[in-house]
Design a binder for this molecule. Sequence first.
Ligand SMILES: Cc1ncc(COP(=O)(O)O)c(C=O)c1O
Length: 436
Amino acid sequence: MDHFQFRDSELHVEDVPLSAIAESTGTPTYVYSKATFLEHLLRFQEAFAPLDPLTCFAVKSCSNISVLQLLGEHGAGMDIVSGGELQRALAAGVDPARCVYAGVGKTDEEIEFALRSGIGFFNCESSPEYRNIERIASRLGVTARIALRVNPDVDPGAHRHTTTGVRATKFGIDIEDTLAFFEAHAGSPHCELCGLHAHIGSPVREVMPYVVAVERLLATIDLLEQAGHPISTLDIGGGFAADYETGEAPPARTYAEALVPILEPRVRDGLRIILEPGRSISANAGILLARVQYVKEAGDRRFAILDAGMHTLLRPSHYDAFHFVWPCRPPAGMTPPARTREPAIPGLKNYDVVGPICETGDYIALDRPLPALERGDLIAIFGSGAYGMSMANRYNSMPLPAEVMVDGTAVHLIRRRETHEDLMSHESRVAAPASG
Ligand SMILES: Cc1ncc(COP(=O)(O)O)c(C=O)c1O
């Protein structure tokens, strides 16, 4: 699954011990494995190869420009949701024509930037947004290519914060209203309305929600085409699960085995498929490396307090997400056989693994069986490559962590750790009134 493995009783990323990275870069640090990124991208591309799709990596999941550059150089386009993400894709050298742009609140400036850059597709989320893109494209004298985001009303079984493709969400429009939308909007000289887009949620651990969604989307395409609206592109979004806990997520080929037979005949008839995987490529390509600051007991709880918390990795407190946590140098006999919630190792103690933030909800793992921990121990928080650094924030004036990319024995610093000066670099004190 990934290149984070225990060797000689110590966790390594590819050929580098994590302790060496802590030594050179400090903690907390996001540590990525280049080989793991490429393996996951390749597996995804191979599984869906019969559809010859455009695979647009969801930039929001892991947005460092070195990551985007790596994936772009290996065939990925980008799925973006803001002008900032477009700027990153461009800085990474990705062809803007291979980028698709979703997001419910695109501003005039962002739309103009995307049009001037030559974005591949706007995934349009509403009628007012369509009118705005049309207005700006007309002013610039260009044509925008648009896929309408529709909600196929499928429950993906995901967390309520990441369920997007059901009725009446802020995303897209209900699928029943698609024809009416096309009748109202198609034919503009500045907008080529020629695609459908859907993203049902994340993570989707079952194949069936995709199958149902795709069948509804294809039926809608038939309806549109019968009414004289040709559709060239179908973007079925992302949400393909990552294996946070051994065995819970199907591999890319399982999704593909169900979807390829349904979509292949349409591809033969000229339909172009776009996919937007994020976490299935990035989650297991990164860990968060942190250090135990203090261990303390209170009542029946035992706390390991790290230098990383909800500001560094928001997923546990925001989504109740599970991340496997383990010391990088476990005591003899305590190397975990698998990354499960209940490792079958005698002698473990239960810890609440928490951060330094002044919130009771600041935790990485609760009641987690672990080897005895001490101040100074290095801790790996696995599966943190997706929605880790990209959701990190500066709450409590905590500087953002560093990011490194490991390639074999080479360690590349791809984002330096922020300093206290960085924290205030956009601020200024109100000038004192001139005296006299
Ligand atoms: C429109 C869209 N596409 C793709 C994704 C990527 O999802 P995931 O990282 O679960 O694959 C998201 C995630 O929120 C999304 O909103």
